[in-house]
Design a protein around this ligand. Structure first.
Ligand code: ZN
Length: 480
């Protein structure tokens, strides 16, 4: 039987606020266990939470960027469950009346067309702490609780079950990841868990309207693993149905070493959490003016940037997409074109030599020793024929290593292009004199030998002869 895959995603985005969502403790990663805690995030009796306004602003930013409606009034709820890293016995989240609803974003599908994926809601919540299980000989068998992460602000972004393949799910996640990083609300660090995903996966026979029973795959923090987990899950469910069995609703964990999923627990229903409005937090009221203020502060988002690069700089869509994949890369390119003027030339260099050096050295573009100013300066030396495109690569490498500008490098290394026709003619005469056999062949009609002469002249000039002048003068001289 042929099945249709139905996927909905819940993404947890850790916000880049300096302090936690309901107290003033630091959110910095990697501090000594329990050093960033206070009565509020430890859940001590009588401690009162106060909402961090920055968290609400970040939620509004994200909501606006994903075309959501921003609720004028939203409320916080207590989600009750017991877990050792949740000292209060409940998590403060939003349930009814979340801050953002009814959004969407566009992805490119395998078939090549754009597809709109609905966003059901975005709500604010606090993270739980972390359990650390004894890793040394003395601590083996013991577990420790680190509450530094407790109360760290999260946005949970819930999609509609609109995705029909693991590829679509990944396209959605990458798009969302790009947006929150562009917005500056999340550092996007998947390894540290700043961007993690739960996937709801079910299958149904083609043409059937009702959804199949879904399994929830928990807390996966790598694009590759999410794809593997979904693909495995689809196959597992199809096998069950083929054997006449029934998929049960449950939460499953992905085992990245084995590439499989395994059952973790039966799925709770919302009523199991006994949600109720948090009596310690007043409803959050968002004014129209506040929304407008946030809207005005939004940066240019990837889609708009791609469109502008194509329109203003005349570069191909593919180039614009590659350059905009990373905001810092897009800024670098933008600055470079601003200084040099030619979009395609700048795109070629940024996507070519600059990218190659970054990859080789494993550094981010913000750390590139050749700044947009230095790169644009070098490109101008190609434009005015001081250096050839080929020599430019040598100049670029020198600049990268030394951090010096093109003019200094060209001067010091004697890389100036030879455009003086007298000097080029002299070299050509020598080459012709040294290769009478080839001259004969060329004059006898063997045009291919021309390339040989160009090569010899360039070699004799150490690559510095102006190629256009070499071509023109060679033709003239070889005619005899
Ligand atoms: Zn605290």
């Amino acid at each position: 039987m042929k099945y249709e895959v139905v996927i909905g995603l819940e993404v947890h985005v850790q916000l880049t606020t300096k302090t936690k969502i309901f107290c003033g403790c630091s959110t910095a990663f990697g501090a000594a266990p329990n050093s960033h805690t206070c009565p509020v995030c430890l859940g001590l009796p009588g401690a009162l939470p106060v909402l961090n306004g920055k968290v609400a602003e970040f939620a509004i930013r994200t909501g606006l960027a994903t075309h959501c409606a921003i609720a004028p009034r939203s409320i916080f709820a207590r989600k009750n469950y017991f877990y050792p890293d949740l000292p209060k016995g409940y998590q403060i989240s939003q349930y009814e009346l979340p801050i953002c609803e009814h959004g969407h974003l566009k992805i490119e599908t395998e078939e090549g067309g754009p597809k709109t994926i609905g966003i059901t809601r975005i709500h604010m919540e606090e993270d739980a702490g972390k359990l650390i299980h004894g890793e040394t000989a003395e601590t083996a068998g013991s577990s420790f609780v680190d509450l530094n992460r407790a109360c760290t602000p999260l946005l949970e972004i819930v999609s509609e079950p609109d995705m029909r393949s693991s590829d679509e799910a990944i396209a959605y996640l990458k798009k969302l990841h790009q947006i929150v990083v562009y917005l500056g609300v999340c550092d996007g660090n998947l390894e540290q868990g700043s961007f993690r995903c739960d996937a709801n996966v079910s299958i149904r026979p083609w043409g059937q309207k009702e959804f199949g029973t879904r399994a929830e795959l928990k807390n996966i923090n790598s694009f590759r693993f999410i794809k593997q987990a979904i693909d495995y899950e689809v196959e597992r469910q199809a096998e069950i149905l083929e054997d006449g069995g029934r998929v049960i609703q449950e939460t499953r964990l992905f085992d990245s070493a084995a590439g499989t999923t395994r059952s973790m627990r039966g799925k709770e229903e919302a009523h199991d959490y006994r949600y109720f409005p948090d009596p310690d937090l007043v409803p959050l009221v968002v004014s129209g003016e506040w929304i407008e203020e946030v809207r005005k502060s939004l940066p240019e988002l990837p889609e708009a940037k791609i469109e502008r690069f194509v329109r203003e700089y005349g570069i191909p869509l593919y180039d614009a997409e590659v350059l905009c994949a990373d905001r810092a890369m897009a800024d670098y390119f933008d600055a470079c074109v601003g200084l040099h003027g030619n979009g395609k030339t700048c795109a070629n260099w940024v996507m070519g030599e600059v990218q190659r050096r970054l990859n080789d050295e494993g550094i981010a573009i913000t750390g590139a020793p050749v700044t947009p100013t230095l790169l644009a300066g070098m490109l101008r030396r190609i434009d005015d024929n001081t250096i050839s495109g080929k020599i430019a690569k040598t100049v670029f490498d020198e600049m990268w290593q030394s951090g010096r500008d093109a003019d200094t490098v060209i001067e010091e290394k004697g890389l100036k292009q030879v455009t003086d026709t007298g000097a080029i003619e002299a070299i050509i005469d020598e080459v012709i004199a040294a290769n009478p056999g080839q001259v004969e062949e060329y004059r006898g009609g063997k045009d291919k030998v021309f390339g040989f002469f160009v090569g010899q002249v360039m070699k004799a000039s150490k690559g510095k002869a102006n190629p256009a002048a070499v071509n023109e003068l060679l033709k003239k001289k070889l005619k005899g």
